[in-house]
Structure formats: structure tokens, C-alpha cells
Ligand binder design. Sequence first.
Ligand SMILES: [Zn+2]
Ligand SMILES: [Zn+2]
Length: 316
Amino acid sequence: MSSEPRPADLPAYAPDCYLCPGNVRVSGIRNENYSGIFVFDNDHPCVGPNAPFDLVRPSGLYENRPAQGMSRVLCYSPKHNATLAELPLPEIEDLVGAWRDQYRDLGERHDIRHVLIFENKGAVVGVSNPHPHCQIYATNFVFKTIQNEADISRRYRDEKGRILFQDILKAEQADGRRIVFENSTAIVFVPYFARYAYECFVAPKETHSSLSSMNAGELHDLAEALQVLTVRYDNLWRTSLPYVMTLHNAPTNGADYSAFHFHIQFYPPLRKPGLLKYLAGPEIGGGNFLSDTWPEDKAQELRSVGDVHYKREPSA
Ligand SMILES: [Zn+2]
Ligand SMILES: [Zn+2]
């Protein structure tokens, strides 16, 4: 397969894009002529208020339950040809603030137990529209990975009296080889346990169970860390690097999540330009990831590329 098909000459506005300002979506609703961030309820939600409620009971041991909630789309910019990596820092700060507001707004609803914010970027992860956007699923259930992280964090604190993520940070800082970037309150690293070659965690250094309790300085530092990482991702191969990015905020079901440490996980699916990490026998069949690379080497690669996006480099 070829590397990410992303023509360099994408227009700033695309008449047929359902996310561009002023355009009409499939639902017939016209987008506002927005200038900054734009949020709307998904026209084709995977979870939504109209999900089937009266489910037929399955036979035998199986059980089911209605999956309900809200699904939204959040556009990062009115510019069709922008990406997170190419946004100016103040716009990334706005984005982080919008994520926090969405998490708070949706999480406050009594029927919502979890808010999953994620971006699928690039054709190789199934996204045909390059307009920069993420999705928000606010659901009456907690997604499995978050539930696992919450359960494990709680158990770790009960047993050891410490915060698991703080011990991870301590181990990463003591070793140092897998750290990609640090500022005063945020950190980016390829974890020791990375499953994908360029998998990275972006996190505040202080424990916050969600974006909601982070102060302005921490949000700024987090935005800077996001910018540095996404710019370096693109600079690796001078291409817009595809990834799945997921915000791991604590569930919003009212339980105690003080042992949970908010973080953002990036999963770039490529091992090399144009070469996907395929999930096969060991991963799908066996349930364990085989890693083809050393996280120390990948972190070194990410440290060695520049912080100026390759599209903005002054021409020689
Ligand atoms: Zn667009
Ligand atoms: Zn996580």
C-alpha cells in the first residue's frame, strides 16, 4: 500500500465537505459560518437518543442492555486543510479547552457514565474526510480500556498506597530514554509497554482524574506537548502521520477516581512509511501484542526531528 494519500494542495475550503463552514450536512442542517472550533451532534451517531431501547432478550447465556448516549463531532478549525500538527499554539489551547468543556458538559448528565473523546486521523484508519475533527461519545456505559485503567489504578493504590501513573512517570524519568518531550507540567513518552512502534502518552505530571481539574498553566503546557508531538510525528517522514488519538479521562458515573491519572494516548498504525502494523495471529488470535521495535529507538527518532513543521520550514 502507498503512504498516506494526502495531496499537499488541499484547499482551505471544500464545497463538498460536510464539516466546512456554511456547508449542508446529510441531515440537511447547514453548518454555521464558524471561525474557531465548531461542535455539533453527529448526524449518524453510533450511540444516540434514538438507539433501540426495547431489546429482544437473547437466548441462553447471553445478555444485552441498551447502549445509549450522545455523539458529537468537534471541528478543530474552519480550515479544511489544517491538522492538529499545523494549528498555531493558541488554537491548540482552544481545542484543549473545548475538550474540557465537552467533558464537563456531557459528563454532568446523570444518564452519562463516560465521555470518550477521540480522533481518527488518516485514510489508513478509515477516515476519508481530512477536515480536522474529533468525535465525542458520551455513553451510559464505560469503555472497556478506561474501566480497566480505573480498576487497576484503584487496586494499585489500595495495595501500595501510591498512584500507578506516578510510578510509571517515575520509572520513565529515571530511565529517560523513552521521553520525547517535557515542559514544566506536561510530559510525552513512548511507554516501556508500548504496543505500537510510535505509541505515545501525553500527560500532565500532576495527577488529575480528568482535564476538568487542570489549571490554565497545565492546559497550556499540555497544548504545547500535543503540538510538539504531532509536529514531530509529521516531520518523521515529512508526511501527515495517521494516528488514533484517545483522551483517557475518568468516567463520570460519580465513583471515586482520585487514583486515575488523565492522559492522552496516540496510536500511529504505521511502522514505516506505508507499512501498517498488522494485527494478526499473536494479537488477534492470542491476545498479546508483539512489538517489532524498541521503544527507546522510536523515542530517539522522535527526539531527533525538529519542532518546526516541515511545511513551515523556511525554503533554502
Ligand atoms: Zn472541510
Ligand atoms: Zn490510557
